[in-house]
Design a protein around this ligand. Structure first.
Ligand code: ADP
Ligand code: MG
Length: 704
């Protein structure tokens, strides 16, 4: 592969005529940095401007092209200063109305000028009119109409439709083999009957007048599928390269001579489910190898991922390096929130102490001295099992012999962070094994696409004896009934969560709302012990409240969505979620997963404030009808689109420009095959594809 062609492709946008720094900055907001990027700014829709309509046959509401002569142009002052032109083609009159116009523009619209205009026709005070139409002067009576459909592009401030269209036109004129290369070998495209890259690009920007608008707007035209295929392939191949690169590094084989994993599992008060056993088997098989494990464990809320992680940690710390038989390896568990880190720590202490092992907790809100001594014990190797928050692991913590990193709730944790983390343990010339746990259930094909750099295990079974949570949707006006229900539940010895609304993105406002709600509920329920947890409380207080709730001293816990992930109190059987209409499906499912953890039947009350948008109504219906995380994820995909489901920080797929994982799902098996072929036979093309679709310094900066 001649390098020069790749660099030819990477010409900066400023290489185009008339593009200076200011315009380049605006274009950057559309993701355009290089000339070729312009070609991949795709139209949002198209307009048919290929036929000029007679003014006399215009109807209000249509968008149309007309042509005529300016009969009269005058300034008018009805409420605002404005320029009015009367245009005629002999069949009728049309008013053009401008509220913003320059002196030059006004002169250009003088009586007798011939114009071609495009705009929406509406009824005005003097008959039909167009407000701020797009227009240009035409010379001669029969200027040819547009030959292709007109693309309408996404815009950014300071960049007009006309200017962008013109820039893309320039890029299209330069479109030849040297400026934009087809990096996909033709034999991969033939079975799919997809056009070449250049044909595809030309078509989407300049569809012929006879093109099917419906097909184009649905994104189903072969030209669009060609681009979607390429985009998916770029992601897929890059992720796979990442996976291969990870596998070529060395890791410590963890043989667990002390059989700590077995001891931990047999000390549990329950048997592992079949799915837990299978997953643990997969994890343990990986851990015994000298190449690093990079495995994702997917499992619905409450399926019991934590014990699997704990057993993996036990295998790790029960293993000794061959060159230093007296030493032991370390395992670290990272949680997305302090609350969760603390809860994991409590659990691990309970499981590891009988094995004679201490567990360190490291969080940001700990007193500095406590944290420092924990960090010292970790650095010296005295402590082998460490629990902490994600943030902390990115700062100055040192490990003596880190061999396993467990990341809980990976949906808050991106590819980039995983890469950084790997470096933590690589001081000894080996990288740690990685175990990533997520409760965001995504369908299999999607998982294989989004997590192509990982191996995947699924815990697709809940521990026995759980009763599905009953979910009811209740309007805000019936809040009092719900409050009365709390009394009953507490009298029966059970506990209740009350989740406060997402009124604002700010932690402060949310916390304030939670405080007020807690005060109101405490007043309304004098016999009930009310506690409060929110994001801005000092960790000691949060911890105390959680522990009191776990121990049953608090009966009603008012909380913000900080309790969203992982919190485990099996005696809680009622959850009330305020303003449920504002929350996404994944979040509602996560929250609801806090109840229904024991054998007792549980209820989740979704309080909503009317009126409901159609989308909110559908979401509430989905969550009411299903308890199955995979089913909910599937519906979520349909309702929201995959980017949102995965979370923008999670994978490169969140930034798909052309492809749509639902619409283009049928391409995925071919994408997988093509990715394999590309890696095997055309590895150099992958970097060029990644540069085109993913961007250079970003997610996969080290690919290629
Ligand atoms: P999640 O997968 O959502 O992280 P947890 O690991 O918090 O779930 O487990 C949920 C609850 O189920 C915990 O109380 C845990 O002790 C319990 N649990 C886990 N595995 C089993 C099992 N095999 N049988 C019974 N209870 C289990
Ligand atoms: Mg969990």
């Amino acid at each position: 592969m001649p390098r020069s062609s790749a660099s030819q492709e990477q010409r900066p946008i400023t290489a185009l005529r008339g593009v200076g720094e200011a315009l380049a900055q605006r274009l950057a907001r559309l993701g355009v940095a290089q000339v070729q990027d312009l070609l991949f700014v795709l139209p949002l829709r198209y307009e048919d401007r290929t036929t000029v309509i007679r003014i006399g046959s215009l109807l209000p509401g249509v968008r149309a092209v007309v042509e005529g002569e300016v009969q009269l142009a005058q300034l008018a002052y009805r409420r605002r200063r404005q320029l009015q032109c009367s245009l005629s083609d002999g069949s009728g009159f049309l008013t053009l109305r401008f509220f913003h116009f320059s002196a030059a523009q006004q002169q250009g619209l003088a009586r007798g000028t011939r114009l071609r205009c495009f705009g929406e026709v509406r009824r005005g005070p003097q008959g039909l009119e167009m407000v701020h139409p797009e227009y240009r002067r035409v010379n001669g009576a029969a200027a040819p109409p547009e030959e292709t459909l007109t693309p309408i592009y996404p815009l950014t401030e300071g960049l007009s439709q006309g200017r962008l269209r013109e820039l893309i036109g320039q890029a299209l004129r330069e479109l030849d083999t040297e400026t934009v290369r087809d990096w996909i070998p033709p034999q991969m495209l033939e079975p799919l009957s997809l056009p070449s890259l250049r044909e595809a690009v030309r078509y989407v920007h300049r569809p012929p007048r006879e093109a099917q608008l419906g097909e184009l707007e649905a994104g189903c035209h072969p030209a669009q599928r060609r681009l979607a295929f390429e985009e998916l392939l770029a992601h897929q191949a890059s992720l796979r390269l990442l996976k291969r690169a990870a596998r070529t590094e060395a890791a410590w084989p963890l043989l667990d001579a002390g059989t700590l994993a077995r001891k931990l599992v047999s000390s549990l008060p329950f048997d592992l489910t079949g799915a837990q056993q299978r997953t643990l088997g997969e994890v343990e098989a990986d851990l015994q190898r000298a190449e690093p494990m990079v495995r994702l464990v997917q499992g619905d809320v409450g399926c019991g991922k934590t014990v699997v992680a704990a057993a993996a940690a036990a295998r790790t710390v029960g293993s000794a390096p061959t060159d230093a038989p007296g030493e032991h390896f370390q395992a670290a568990l990272m949680a997305p929130t302090e609350l969760l880190a603390e809860q994991h720590w409590h659990n691990l202490v309970q499981w590891f102490r009988p094995l004679g092992l201490d567990v360190a907790l490291i969080t940001g809100s700990q007193p500095a001295r406590t944290r420092r001594s924990a960090m010292e014990a970790v650095a010296s190797g005295d402590i082998r099992v460490v629990v902490g928050t994600h943030a902390l692991f990115q700062e100055g913590i040192e490990f003596a012999r880190l061999a396993l990193v467990i990341v809980d709730e990976q949906h808050r944790f991106g590819v980039q962070q995983r890469l950084r983390l790997k470096e933590k343990g690589s001081r000894l010339g080996r990288v740690p094994h990685q175990l990533i746990m997520t409760a965001t259930p995504i369908p299999r094909t999607l998982a294989m696409t989004a997590y192509a750099d990982l191996d995947i295990s699924a815990i697709d079974e809940l521990p026995p004896g759980r009763t599905p949570v009953r979910t009811v949707v209740v309007p805000e006006q019936r809040r009092e009934e719900v409050v009365a229900r709390i009394v009953q539940v507490c009298r029966a010895g059970r506990q209740v969560y009350w989740v406060c609304p997402l009124i604002d993105e700010s932690d402060e406002l949310r916390s304030q709302a939670a405080e007020e709600t807690a005060a109101l509920l405490a007043e309304a329920l004098p016999d009930v012990q009310v506690g409060l947890v929110h994001g801005r409380m000092p960790s000691v207080k949060k911890d105390a409240a959680m522990l009191a709730f776990k121990a049953g001293r608090i009966q009603l816990l008012v909380a913000t969505t900080v309790i969203e992930v992982g919190v485990d109190v099996p005696n809680a059987t009622l959850m009330v979620i305020e303003n449920a209409e504002r929350m996404g499906l994944a979040q509602l499912h996560q929250l609801r997963g806090r109840v229904g953890r024991g054998a007792e039947a549980s209820t989740c009350v979704l309080l909503y404030r009317a009126p409901l948008s159609p989308l909110a109504r559908q979401r509430l219906q989905v969550i009411r009808e299903s308890n199955d995380g995979f089913e909910i994820a599937r519906r979520d995909l349909e309702l929201r689109g995959p980017g949102e489901l995965l979370g923008t920080r999670q994978t490169g797929l969140a930034q798909l420009r052309v492809a749509d994982l639902i619409r283009d799902a049928d391409l995925l098996p071919r994408v997988q095959e093509a990715a394999e072929l590309l890696i095997a036979q055309y590895p150099d093309n992958i970097a060029a594809l990644a540069a085109r679709w993913i961007g250079t310094g970003e997610q996969y900066g080290r690919v290629g």
